[in-house]
Design a protein around this ligand. Structure first.
Ligand code: PLP
Length: 404
């Protein structure tokens, strides 16, 4: 069981007021809040260890390097990667995806195809479109149904020996659907295609095992799982990471440089050009420790309870429609009030201290599917409460009264 009152004390921001009202933070799918433990770790780094890594012989540099590499090992253990050099630090999910997309530039050709899902975040659509433009490969889309689930029979038809890559998110940020990635990976491998899973929305809710999934690439951002912004990771199977060319050139990623030829450093440094977000990388490990100290099973149970409670409560409001009704979903509620623009609802909720997201949630194709301009999205984390959901429900009723 999860002691939410104690947990809330870890998050200083949760006791602030917005527009004179206690903050109700329901925009967790955009970024999670930061516990004191993580804030302390950032302060500790800059107060005691700040130095550039992997270069200096001096003590500070060695200590900072050790902390950075320890964090990499923590991330490796958390995701159950076989080797720590399969974990590449990046600036986040978007960077990780671009790194992989860029790596396939020279191996794809006309006639090849790439499959993405209809539920993707723009960061998992645009880099592949750019890759197709560069290589002449074609982009195919696994369609979705009304519940917000992928149509797997259509996926079967898209797969062929020309399929080189498949990209899908683990959990949809706009609707909360948990996608059947085990099946997606297995079927892609059966035709010889590689798979990248975007885990940005999954990692706050569950603990993926990259070896059990047998996934080729798995990417995420620290800021969605209680860590800081500007840092994330790319997991890649060793064989793939050895095969892919480096993404950026610079310091840190080379073995030897002359004007005739440069040889690249071993993994993981080959993909880590330049001075990284050192504090961020170290503290990513602290965030993972924090979440594990609460426990992912407890988090999942508690959040599911919140989701059921909120779904029932919101559906009691006349004229409210929820988008994304899969049985397999996490604590995201995307909804609209009949005849009212989501932006107007969001603005009134903000006046009441309630932070929700409005708009297309970087997933415009999903909004096109439902023929709507966007939704209001309330996304819950393990530090939210049923009392806050009651405040949301009252706020929505108030917005409805004011706007209709
Ligand atoms: C947030 C999110 C991203 C983008 O993450 P960044 O940290 O902005 O790079 C990509 N995919 C999904 C599913 C997300 O939720």
């Amino acid at each position: 069981m999860l002691n939410v009152e104690n947990i809330r004390k870890d998050f200083p921001i949760l006791s602030r007021k917005v527009n004179g009202k206690p903050l109700v933070y329901f925009d967790n799918a955009a970024t999670s809040q930061t516990p004191q433990q993580v804030i302390n770790a950032i302060v500790n780094y800059y107060s005691n260890y700040n130095a550039n890594i992997h270069r200096g012989v001096h003590t500070l540099s060695q200590e900072a390097t050790d902390l950075y590499e320890e964090s990499r090992k923590k991330i490796q253990a958390h995701f159950n990667a076989k080797f720590s050099h399969e974990i590449i630090f990046t600036s986040g999910t978007t960077h990780s995806i671009n790194l992989v997309a860029n790596g396939f530039s020279s191996s794809l050709k006309k006639g090849d195809n790439i499959i993405v899902s209809a539920l993707e975040h723009h960061s998992n659509i645009v880099p592949w479109q750019m890759l197709c433009e560069r290589t002449g490969a074609t982009l195919n889309v696994i369609p979705m149904n009304n519940e917000g689930e992928l149509v797997m029979t259509a996926y079967d038809k898209l797969l062929s020996k020309n399929t080189k890559l498949v990209f899908c998110n683990h959990i949809s940020n706009a609707l909360g659907t948990i996608n059947p990635i085990e099946t997606i990976i297995e079927k892609a491998h059966a035709v010889g295609a590689a798979v990248l899973i975007d885990g940005a929305q999954a990692c706050p809710h569950l603990k993926p095992d990259v070896q059990a999934l047998n996934v080729d690439f798995y990417v995420t951002s620290a800021h969605k799982m209680c860590g800081p912004t500007g840092v994330g990771m790319l997991y890649g199977k060793e064989a793939w990471l050895k095969k892919l060319p480096p993404y950026q050139g610079g310091g840190e990623m080379i073995a030897e440089v002359t004007f005739e030829k440069t040889t690249y450093a071993d993994l993981p440094h080959k993909f880590e050009a330049g001075t990284p977000n050192i504090a961020g990388g170290i503290v990513f490990g602290t965030a993972i420790d924090y979440m594990n100290s609460i426990g992912f099973e407890a988090i999942a149970n508690y959040e599911n309870d919140l989701l059921q409670y909120a779904t029932k409560k919101l559906l009691d409001i006349e004229g409210l429609k929820i988008y994304g009704t899969s049985k397999q979903k996490t604590s995201v509620l995307s909804f609209n009030l009949e005849g009212i623009h989501p932006y107007d609802v969001g603005s009134i909720l903000d006046k009441l201290g309630i932070a929700v997201r409005t708009g297309h949630h970087c997933a415009q194709p999903i909004m096109d599917f439902y023929k709507i301009p966007g939704t209001v999205r309330a996304s819950f984390a393990f530090y939210n409460t049923k009392a806050e959901i009651d405040i949301l429900a009252e706020g929505i009723k108030k917005a409805k009264m004011m706007l209709s």
